[in-house]
Ligand binder design. Structure first.
Ligand code: PLP
Length: 393
């Protein structure tokens, strides 16, 4: 009889989101009229801007004509889209042919594990976006934690970090909302250079940064092209969580001890992927027109305003929520309560669904993540429920 991939035995029960769903169900059985508001999942809620839909519609119509029909495209993605990403999002810091268009950042992160292989050791921020670890476990990679706490400003103590082949780094960070300074990212690049490690930089939320002093890409940092690759996404930028479009930048200078990362990533894409959806790519091209960029800005501003509304309410209650200024998440410490206790209280007393910080790693204990993705009326209602209920924890 066939045997399972042996590493799949290492998967722990996926506890976080099933447990949240179970608790929600339990509450709705007890209180069927409860109007729950979700501040839990990081999924967009607002419509895709018209200028982007126009680009998508045009492509759909073209596919219905003999002249406009296209079949399989380039595995690396349409040249026009790659050129726009290079010029509009990276200001020419990377070349169009170093960009690989994909069906999103998460699938790219999964394919990256194939790029690195089972023998690779990886370091992850704790707390962390869970997908890096989940994809590593299935390949049996060795995983090392880099604690990121309020005490170290959510930037790992690199002197205390064991050398690994790969370092995953997410900025703006999901879940903590932290954005390292240029100096800190320089330290990270220098650390990777000294250790001959590769940085996987996840900039899925870069479109929310509103301060030019904060780095939007690792490629703003000197030396990064020799040690880092970067994955980005249209998901949160223009509401493409369902449309599916992302990219990964792999500089040609990035090397393994025994080969080119660029050439191997090309092989992974040609072998495990067949190119992003041409309709989605047309949407990406429209999103990077001047009008599209302005519409994306309005959309991300909307979620940042949601974050401000929630942050104000929590602050008025005497809490000190972190994040929210350049990222659509609030990372809120609740002294004296575990994150599951606080989750239960938010759910039972205010009918608000949040995410317990402990679900993102041991250093997330004591925190709740509030997502700012939501319709304005729901966010305002959530803020008034917080305020009406008085001081929490
Ligand atoms: N990276 C981070 C940090 C995320 O939070 C998410 C989605 O929530 C992703 C990547 C996945 O993005 P995509 O929708 O492009 O797969």
């Amino acid at each position: 009889m066939a045997k399972r991939n042996p590493y799949f035995h290492n998967y722990e029960e996926n506890y976080l989101f099933p447990e949240i769903a179970r608790k929600k169900q339990e509450l709705l059985q007890e209180q069927p009229d409860a109007k729950l508001i979700s501040l839990g999942i990081g999924d967009t809620t607002e419509p895709i801007p018209k200028v982007i839909l126009d680009g998508i519609r045009k492509k759909v119509d073209e596919l219905g004509t003999v002249e406009g029909y296209t079949g399989y495209g380039s595995e690396q993605g349409e040249a026009e889209l790659r050129e726009l990403i290079a010029s509009k999002l990276y200001q020419g810091r990377v070349e169009a042919d170093e960009i690989f268009i994909s069906d999103g950042s998460k699938p790219d992160i999964g394919r990256m594990q194939v790029l690195f292989g089972s023998q690779a050791s990886i370091a992850l921020q704790d707390p962390t976006y869970p997908v890096y670890k989940a994809t590593a476990v299935g390949l049996g990679q060795k995983v090392v934690a880099m604690p990121c706490t309020q005490e170290n400003g959510f930037f790992p103590d690199l002197d205390a970090t064991e050398r690994t082949d790969v370092l995953y780094f997410c900025s703006p960070n999901n879940p903590t909302g932290a954005i390292p300074s240029r100096d800190q990212l320089q330290q990270l690049v220098d650390f990777a250079t000294a250790n001959r490690s590769i940085i996987v930089f996840d900039s899925a939320y870069a479109g929310f940064i509103r301060d030019d002093a904060l780095p939007k890409t690792i490629f703003e940092i000197e030396g990064a092209r020799s040690v880092a690759l970067e994955t980005g996404s249209f998901s949160k930028l223009v509401g493409f969580t369902g449309v599916r479009l992302g990219w990964t930048v792999v500089p040609r200078e990035l090397l393994f001890e025994d080969g080119s990362v660029y050439e191997d990533w090309k092989r992974v894409n040609n072998t495990f992927f067949n190119g992003a959806c041409n309709i989605a790519q047309a949407g990406g091209i429209a999103a990077l027109s001047d009008e599209g960029l302005a519409a994306g800005r309005t959309l991300t501003d909307f979620y940042l305003e949601n974050a401000r509304i929630l942050k104000d309410a929590l602050t008025k209650l005497g809490h000190d929520p972190l994040g929210g200024d350049h990222v659509p998440y609030l990372w809120t410490p609740f002294a004296g309560a575990s994150s599951w206790e606080m989750f239960d209280r938010m759910l039972r007393e205010r009918h608000l669904v949040t995410t317990p910080g402990a679900g993102f790693g041991p250093c997330g204990e004591g925190y709740l993540r509030f997502s700012a993705f939501g319709h304005r009326a729901d966010i305002e209602e959530a803020a008034s429920r917080l305020l009406e209920s008085g001081v929490v924890a």
